[in-house]
Design a protein around this ligand. Structure first.
Ligand SMILES: O=C(O)CCC(=O)C(=O)O
Ligand SMILES: [Fe+2]
Length: 362
């Protein structure tokens, strides 16, 4: 007799989604093969032979303790233009803060399904706290092998009363400790556009809100048939990502052919930074929001913790006026940011398709 309770596997949605077990529940059960709901079409699976051509290329690694500010700023702006992705070392966020938030992620996932299910959309004490699995299960043909709580920052008070106790202090500390580096990056990236004054309106557009996700990718029985996260670009201004030492994040290479994927190697203490769609739009396409994806892993559990730095929901995003001053034509129309995000969450991950929503066709 198989050890697996067949009833659960026949009713994946009930078990994984509604009861809050997540894919971690399936992994903990010891399933030996991937349920069909997680099998992705061939073209979306990751083929390590052709997709990761043993690249010696890598996204830039930038040392923020570099004494030569000008050189460091140039590296950052070039990386944002050419790669849309880079890693930061010596960024000033203490290693302990990073280790603590990873441990807190594990702590959250050790809660029982019943405890975690208190944070499902239907039950959550706050619309700012949502525990989920996959991306948008109701719109996806195939599910993603990932669970996560998503925490939208409103205020310290809200955080301390509503975010899950298992991870709230550490998630908040990580968010606060990264404020300096985020502000610094935004300043540098604006300077690269010849914008030297960040007024209140720009401050809101560039870093008006923050959301932190605690991603958990459990060890998967058939990693070759599924994905951790499908191809997408982020809708943020920029994303600050902490990953553990497992690896599996791949970034689309912009320079060499459409099908080149570059691994982002884990570096202890580093933060991965990527440009999101909002900044691609604000910079009129100068900074690139690049497609990325995450493989499932057959040997290890993996955690990653992105902070999405976003405009405010009521902001209108469009290319900044300064981008147009030299006579450049806007490539994107004005869009209410909350409409942009709604559009992103209405469909499965689909590469760079979201930005079409704002593109001016000519
Ligand atoms: O887990 C990762 O490395 C990346 C996750 C990601 O791309 C996302 O949450 O948007
Ligand atoms: Fe992402």
């Amino acid at each position: 007799m198989p050890k697996i309770p067949i009833i659960y596997l026949e009713n994946i949605n009930e078990y994984v989604l509604n009861q809050g077990h997540g894919v971690k529940g399936l992994a903990d059960m010891g399933i030996k093969s991937l349920p069909r709901q997680y099998i992705h079409p061939q073209e979306e699976r990751f083929n390590t032979i052709s997709d990761d051509g043993g690249e010696d290329r890598s996204i830039p690694i930038i040392d923020m303790s570099n004494d030569d500010d000008h050189a460091m700023e140039t590296l950052i702006c070039n990386a944002a233009e050419k790669w849309g992705f880079f890693q930061l070392i010596n960024h000033g966020v203490p290693l302990k803060v990073l280790e603590d938030v990873k441990a807190a992620t594990y702590r959250f996932f050790e809660l029982s399904a019943q405890e975690k299910s208190m944070y499902l959309k239907e039950n959550s004490p706050s619309s700012c706290v949502r525990y989920g699995t996959s991306f948008v299960p109701e719109a996806e043909m195939a599910l993603e092998w990932k669970d996560y709580p998503s925490l939208f920052f409103v205020s310290d008070e809200e955080t301390l009363s509503r975010w899950p106790l298992a991870c709230r202090a550490e998630a908040l500390e990580y968010m606060k400790s990264s404020e300096n580096v985020i502000r610094n990056l935004v300043k540098i990236l604006m300077k690269g556009l010849n914008i030297h004054d960040i007024d209140e309106k720009k401050e809101s557009l560039l870093m008006g809100t923050k959301r932190i996700n605690l991603n958990y990718y459990p060890k998967c029985p058939n990693p070759e048939l599924t994905v951790g996260v499908g191809r997408h670009s982020d809708v943020s201004t920029l994303t600050v990502l902490l990953q553990d030492d497992v690896g599996g994040l791949y970034v689309r290479g912009l320079d060499a052919g459409a099908e080149s994927w570059i691994h982002v190697p884990p570096i202890k203490g580093a933060l991965v930074i990527n440009i999101g769609d909002a900044l691609q739009i604000l910079s009129n396409g100068k900074y690139k929001s690049v497609e990325h994806r995450v493989t499932a892993n057959g040997r290890n559990n993996r955690v990653s913790i992105p902070i999405f730095v976003n405009p405010r929901p009521n902001d209108i995003i469009a290319p900044l006026q300064e981008m147009m001053d030299g006579g450049e034509k806007p490539k994107y129309r004005e869009v209410l940011y909350s409409d942009y995000v709604k559009y992103f969450f209405k469909k499965a991950h689909d590469g760079k398709a979201t930005i079409e929503f704002a593109k001016i066709s000519n």
